[in-house]
Structures are given as structure tokens and as C-alpha cells.
Design a binder for this molecule. Structure first.
Ligand code: SF4
Ligand code: SF4
Length: 56
């Protein structure tokens, strides 16, 4: 299990810097989480203005 960025992402980038293990990257229009790297801390979910990061 890992956190996942859903369709509500507007690519603002606010989540990227919150990840302690660097699991979030920006593909140009939206951000994505590498499920193998995510340690499920939840920090990114709290930073998202559109509430688009959910535990998958
Ligand atoms: S839940 Fe934590 S480890 Fe996983 S992507 Fe978000 S900030 Fe990174
Ligand atoms: S903070 Fe939310 S809206 Fe902004 S890039 Fe991350 S997932 Fe997308």
C-alpha cells in the first residue's frame, strides 16, 4: 500500500517538498508518487490544496 495522487491534482507542486524520501515527482502537468519508495507518512496529503492524495 502507498499514497496515490488522484485525478484532482492540479500540478501545483506543493506536495513535492514535503516528502521525506523523495517519492514525489512532477511529470510536467501533475505529480506522481513512486509507490515503491513511499513510506506512507501522510505528509504530502496534508499539504495538498485540492485534497487529491489518498491512501490507495
Ligand atoms: S505519504 Fe509520505 S512518503 Fe509517501 S509520498 Fe507522501 S510524503 Fe512521501
Ligand atoms: S499538492 Fe495536490 S494538487 Fe498540488 S501537485 Fe501535489 S497532488 Fe497535485
Amino acid at each position: 500500500m502507498a499514497y496515490k495522487i488522484t485525478d484532482g491534482c492540479i500540478g501545483c507542486g506543493a506536495c513535492e517538498g514535503t516528502c521525506p524520501v523523495g517519492a514525489i515527482s512532477n511529470d510536467g502537468s501533475v505529480c506522481v508518487i513512486d509507490a515503491d519508495t513511499c513510506i506512507e507518512c501522510g505528509a504530502c496529503a496534508g499539504a495538498c490544496p485540492t485534497d487529491s492524495i489518498k491512501l490507495d
